[in-house]
Design a protein around this ligand. Structure first.
Ligand code: ZN
Ligand code: ZN
Length: 566
């Protein structure tokens, strides 16, 4: 009771310590205070309140419901729901919205829908809650349907929907929706920091630098303060769009506001661009400024070591993380170590790490082991890890394709055909290589062998010209990675149709000589394209930046920033 009295005196001056029994206000305050406490859940406070014969009021239940924040609280949530029905507050809009939120955070979307369905005239917050509930459960289509249907929308509705598209990976739709939102020019739907964070994340994932720059300018134009959250989103966006310079600039401008997330974003940005040394320097600067690194920071640091091939340094950091900072490594950290050893050709050591891990290896671990053994021609380990991958994800087309690639490399055409037949029998389709390039603020997508672009004829003509010049400069197609069992000439043709080459040909038509070209590719860049693009950068004197699914490649003067290590 003393705690309650203290709370009253500090939060509500009109209530006096001498009150004989605390009223519902006091109890509500207590419940709220226990919302985030695991040791003394607010439900027990509520039950004590009832024991003292104090009746709940309108604010009691929303506070209480907020405290049920995980599926393990579902039973308590249901119990509370029953109390609400009995106490006659079930028709209150605030209570209903809180119920929808509770069911969605406890992972019970059906019940959330049921509560929503029972509201005769849902208000804006209830609509927003049910949309958010669907977004969180991954039902973006349902959310969109409801979004289109709701009678009125505010900035929360729009932001939630945009965020939903980003989460589900449909970043183009996120940007399209943001554009619609802006066209409204209504005060209630003016984008806020939360909206902009999602939009920046969409630009980053797409690698759409022009879009990202425009969003940054928009933030400035609206007079939004670039706080540490928005600043971190900007750093992340610029790094993922291939502009380390701009990321650095935002990072510097944040000044003293930088927290561990901002530092980690910058370190991670430098890592993905292969600036290993600068990345590690920044890491020690961070510690000089008394910012304590967390698990995310270490992941970025390990990633830098992987891309720079710094094996012993990487191990040092791994130890430092555990021993000096007491951070328990997650499977992602182990994945980095496997990657670190694998890429350096220390397959045995990588395998030892996999065996010593306290958790079951997942797709990432096998993938890391696979790329290492593949890079260094360890066929046995390759085959083994691919089979593990297929076991974990029987519908992962990438794994089958890799397996057939491995067989193709060894000329085991019978096995190649077997894998192909297996894929066909299981109805698994290969994920086609796809490259995206942003020209004049528009994103153009090219698939391997694509002929759907309106300017296909010109693109192929340009591609032919480029290849002709490359051959004069000594280029020979590297046909080792072509998985089709074609003859040599056919293989070379198949290579020249890889999506990044089409995207480059298109950019040659659309941009002035000397303009840098930025491409985002969904799969790992193949050896042949890597050789060809290096040569293109020299012969045509163009800077070309390719972001593949692993890292960035900055091609300039016939060389790549990855030093052929990717
Ligand atoms: Zn290629
Ligand atoms: Zn490279």
């Amino acid at each position: 009771m003393r705690a309650a009295s203290k709370l009253i005196s500090s939060t509500h001056p009109s209530l006096h310590l001498s009150h004989p029994t605390p009223d519902s206000f006091t109890w509500n305050t207590l419940i709220r205070a226990h919302t985030r406490s695991v040791a003394r859940p607010s439900l027990s406070v509520y039950l004590r309140m009832r024991l003292h014969a104090v009746l709940p009021d309108l604010r009691t239940f929303p506070f209480l419901l907020q405290s049920f924040a995980s599926p393990s609280n579902l039973q308590s949530g249901k119990r509370t729901h029953a109390h609400i029905l009995r106490s006659g507050f079930a028709s209150d809009a605030f209570v209903q919205t809180s119920l929808i939120n509770m069911y969605s955070t406890c992972g019970c979307l059906d019940s959330a829908h049921q509560v929503f369905g029972e509201i005769p005239l849902p208000d804006l917050p209830s609509w927003n809650s049910i949309i958010s509930a669907n977004v969180k459960s991954g039902f973006v289509g349902v959310a969109r349907h409801m979004f289109d249907e709701m009678p009125q929308r505010n900035v929360i509705s729009w932001s939630c929907m945009i965020d939903g598209y980003v989460r589900s990976g449909d970043c183009k739709e996120a940007l399209a929706l943001f554009r619609d939102m802006q066209l409204l020019e209504v005060e209630e739907v003016r984008p806020n920091e939360y909206t902009m964070s999602s939009v920046l994340s969409a630009c980053g994932r797409l690698g759409a630098l022009e879009h990202g720059k425009w969003v940054h300018a928009y933030i400035d134009k609206c007079g939004m303060e670039v706080d540490v959250v928005l600043g971190t989103s900007l750093i992340d966006m610029y790094a993922k769009c291939g502009s380390v310079e701009r990321a650095r600039q935002v990072f510097t401008e944040l000044g003293w506001k930088k927290d561990v997330m901002a530092w980690s974003a910058m370190i991670s940005g430098l890592a993905m661009h292969g600036h290993g040394k600068e990345c590690l320097d920044l890491f020690s600067r961070m510690q000089d400024q008394w910012v304590r690194p967390n698990a995310v920071t270490f992941l970025a640091v390990l990633c830098a070591c992987v891309h720079a091939g710094l094996v012993s340094k990487g191990m040092e950091y791994f130890e430092m993380m555990r021993e000096e900072f007491g951070i328990t490594p997650t499977i992602q950290h182990y994945g980095s170590i496997v990657d670190l050893y694998g890429r350096a050709g220390l397959i045995e050591k990588a395998w030892d790490v996999v065996k010593s891990m306290p958790m079951k290896p997942d797709v990432l671990i096998w993938g890391a082991l696979l790329s290492g053994s593949r890079m260094h021609g360890d066929v046995e380990m390759c085959e083994f890890s691919i089979k593990q991958l297929i076991e974990l994800e029987p519908n992962n087309s990438g794994a089958y394709v890799l397996l057939s690639n491995v067989y193709a490399k060894m000329g085991r055409w019978e096995d190649v055909r077997y894998v192909r037949d297996l894929m066909e029998a299981k109805g698994i389709r290969k994920v086609p290589g796809c490259s995206m390039v942003e020209v004049g603020g528009i994103l153009h997508e090219f698939f391997v062998g694509d002929e759907s672009h309106p300017e296909t004829r010109e693109i192929y003509q340009m591609l032919e010209e480029i290849m002709k010049k490359l051959k004069l400069a000594g280029y020979v197609g590297n046909t080792r990675e072509v998985l089709l069992d074609l003859d040599e000439e056919g293989k070379e043709l198949a290579l020249s149709l890889h999506s990044e080459k089409l995207a480059i040909a298109f950019s040659f038509i659309k941009t002035r000589p000397g303009t840098p070209i930025r491409i985002v590719k969904n799969l790992r860049i193949c050896v042949d394209c890597h050789v060809a693009i290096k040569l293109i950068s020299r012969v045509f004197n163009r800077e070309i930046v390719v972001r593949d699914c692993n890292r960035f490649h900055h091609f300039r003067y016939g060389l790549c920033s990855c030093k052929d290590y990717w």
